[in-house]
Design a protein around this ligand. Sequence first.
Ligand SMILES: [Zn+2]
Length: 397
Amino acid sequence: MIKVNNVDKDTIRSSNIKLIINLLFNKRELTKQEIAKETGLSIPTVINITNELIEEGLVEESGVGQSSGGRKPIIITFNPNSKYSFGVEINSKYIRIILTNLDANILEDEVIRFNGAFKLNENNITNIFDEICKIIKVISLKRNIKDSSILGVGFSLPGTVNEEKLFLELAPNLYVKNLDFHYIEEKLNMKVYVENEANSAALAELRLGIAKDMRNLVYISIREGVGTGIVVSGYLYKGKNKRAGEFGHMTVEKDGRVCTCGKKGCWEVYTSSEVILEEYNVISKNKVKSFEEFFKLIDTVDKNAMKVWDKYLDYLAIGIHNIILIMDPHYIVLGGDISEYDKYLIEPLKNRIFQNNNFFCEEDLKIITSRFKENSSIIGASILPIEKLFFINERIL
Ligand SMILES: [Zn+2]
């Protein structure tokens, strides 16, 4: 007989718990009999685990189902408001903090804005981290949420991260290297998770958006930098050194403009969202401050705005074309600052990408904007702690 030691027993039990939570998360309500049938677990195991989950508040008994003879079975319902998670997004313009429930619905939303480009450094980092912790505490108090009901804090960061060491390794747009997030974990006494912003956004699509059915997609996050998150067969692809998807720094112009990374001619130098307003304001006497103003000018067929937008789309299309050639995905998902402006973006991009293309045609893949628009990265960040509770494997390659 094979001896099962305690470690193995714990592992099996923990994966059985995740299996049941996962099932109830997706189906919302089931009887214990149905849970047993769907998971292949025995009825006593299901009863034991659901009792534990009821005690934790994650699920509740909510009436009786149809009986096929005998006693009517009790329905077990998933409770999305039993636990909470914080998502934090840091970029050079603002820090945003959200509280979500288990369905990643945003319940609280706070923003700290900076004047001009924000640079993190040794002098201001403790203050910034303290401010984030303060806001998290205030939100918890306001909502009357116990620490034990908070699964953790997930950070979406604009650079390469090491999630095991809890480090932001390199973020040229924040002018920072090797930023350690253990400080926040200790100060709040909550589990902290870090992830690259494009990967966070891809994770949101993977769990709740377009990639739920385990397809291949490349999420392109267009902000002050351009990052990409890659999903392959339902797994987030990170690569050997966890730096996969730095398509923003592929060269599109030999000896082109200098990038914040030190190289020349990187894709993001021509396609970051900043470029649009900057270029327009250089050639036009009429200055614009927002994308809303810029796209209004496009509506009026303003010559300068059209010129800037055409050139911008040309460069965006070059990079997307390269990514399609490399990845052959089901979806290209565009997110970030300009994802609200679908109607100016998608059709002209398709024309540029698929015209005279011998490799791909429009039917081969979909180019769309993100389901969560500008919220995708921060929702992805708040999913990070929830991931640990729900999902059996981490879905990372
Ligand atoms: Zn670069």
